[in-house]
Write a protein that binds this ligand. Sequence first.
Ligand SMILES: Nc1ncnc2c1ncn2[C@@H]1O[C@H](COP(=O)(O)OP(=O)(O)OP(=O)(O)O)[C@@H](O)[C@H]1O
Ligand SMILES: [Mg+2]
Length: 264
Amino acid sequence: MARVIAVTNQKGGVGKTTTCVNLAASLAATKRRVLLVDMDPQGNATMGSGVDKNSLQLSGYDLLTKRATAAEVIVHVESAGFDLLGTNGDLTAAEVELMNEIGREHRLRLALNTVRDNYDYILIDCPPSLNLLTVNALSASDSVLIPMQCEYYALEGLAALMNTVEQIKETVNPNLQVEGILRTMYDPRNSLTLDVSGQLNEYFGDKVYRAVIPRNVRLAEAPSYGLPALKYDRASKGAIAYLALAGEMVRRHGATRKAAAAAV
Ligand SMILES: Nc1ncnc2c1ncn2[C@@H]1O[C@H](COP(=O)(O)OP(=O)(O)OP(=O)(O)O)[C@@H](O)[C@H]1O
Ligand SMILES: [Mg+2]
């Protein structure tokens, strides 16, 4: 059964969508069955995966308002190597329509339950705010992956995010874990980067991924071709960094499963 991971950070532009598309492609390249769910009405993950958000037959809106099932909305994206549950601006209307519905926080979880067995990993791209869409993503997930830039206010933002995770655990999803913290747009020549990085390691220990994502122009260019960097320029530093992240993630899950098996 798939591990469901929400890629989230309430701060905008930290690399959530870039991480979703490229991690999905990298996990798929290691023969994992991957579904990417776009829960941001901006539809950047949809476009970045090579699907035109304006010509979607069915989208996240239809899923959350129960007009369609997950199996009906999901498309396979051959060029990217993974499945996509695409979204566009209509998703904003779902938020409004759900306002007075009982169980509105759990719509995504219930919908994804019907396809969980078809995948090894389900990644959910979240919008840069804590709204009903994000709460749906966090309710549906086993864990959160937090991309962040190593800059001055990042730690403050991270503290706020950890608070959110705690609140979600107390209310809609007691099983939510922190998958890990991913340093994005990483520049080791910048002393502030190293400073913040050091503090992250101190506070969050092995929750901080050893793999870091460098600032790399190929990662910024690839979405305009509707491709993950791995398919756009597989030798680029960005593509290689996301492959390393996928490798680390798969190894960590392998280690956790072995430990669990040894304990019984
Ligand atoms: N490692 C990187 N190197 C260079 N550019 C990057 C990198 N990661 C992301 N970018 C660029 O930075 C911008 C923001 O990235 P992205 O869209 O992934 O962030 P986001 O957190 O999803 O943003 P939002 O909060 O708006 O959803 C994009 O233009 C993207 O191409
Ligand atoms: Mg985004």
